[in-house]
Design a protein around this ligand. Structure first.
Ligand code: 3NM
Length: 225
């Protein structure tokens, strides 16, 4: 399969929902939440099944397949967090890894040229290394304080996004951490191609409306340029 075009990845990052079963309010079906969020404007999805109470084994695989089916029916890329074996088992569109996970070069070797590889980076050096290792996009965060990742580093604001662009890095970038409709514009203005969120959508009274507002922040940013 041909390597994804960079511009396709850039466009997909615009409103990037990350979610696992533990991010959903009690009694809410993750597949239904995802369906609503995509209807609202989500352009990419990452299955991140992590932390206390998260699913494992067959139950994790089953949920991955259900969420992938929702994405497929709507043409939204389905990315798996960290678990390269799961990504391979379901033929996911891509895989996202952090600095403490399997290195990007070995992930790229395992998933092949046709899959999207995303890497979390916290410095310009980490970003350069990930791109040299074959990453298609970088996740930059946490931008703002987040309640969704207990081991997140200190919030760094939009500075690293600006530094990466000033350093001439043109690769697709997505901001993450504490992003919501009200601050998404500042993340795009700093150089991100999109915003990645968990709670702004999963804990919103209406995931559809939250996604619509995040997509609207992108449209407003495009118009202001
Ligand atoms: N990674 P919310 S912050 C999964 O900084 C994740 O790399 C981060 O959740 C990083 O949108 C984060 O609810 C959690 O703040 C994002």
């Amino acid at each position: 399969m041909l390597r994804r075009l960079e511009e396709d990845v850039r466009r997909a990052l615009r409103v990037y929902l990350i979610m696992g079963s533990t991010n959903c309010p009690a009694g809410v079906d993750p597949a239904e939440l995802l369906r609503e969020a995509i209807e609202g404007g989500v352009t990419c999805f990452q299955f991140r099944e992590k932390g206390p109470g998260s699913l494992a084994g067959e139950a994790k695989l089953e949920l991955a397949k259900r969420l992938q089916a929702v994405c497929r029916a709507r043409g939204v890329p389905f990315i798996v967090n960290d678990d390269v074996s799961l990504a391979a088992a379901v033929s996911a569109d891509g895989i996202h890894v952090g600095q403490d996970d399997e290195p990007a070069a070995s992930v790229r070797a395992r998933v092949g040229a046709g899959a999207i590889v995303g890497v979390s980076a916290h410095t310009v050096d980490e970003a350069r290394r990930a791109l040299a290792d074959g990453a298609d996009y970088l996740g930059i965060g946490p931008i703002f304080p987040t309640g969704s990742k207990p081991d997140a580093a200190a919030p760094q604001g939009t500075r690293l996004l600006r530094d990466l662009r000033s350093a001439g890095i043109a690769a697709p970038l997505v901001g993450i951490g504490g992003i919501a409709p009200g601050n998404a514009g500042s993340v795009l203005a700093a150089g991100a191609d999109g915003v990645s969120v968990i709670s702004a959508i999963t804990l919103a009274p209406s995931p559809r409306e939250a996604a619509r507002l995040l997509a609207g922040a992108g449209t407003a940013w495009d118009r202001s340029r």
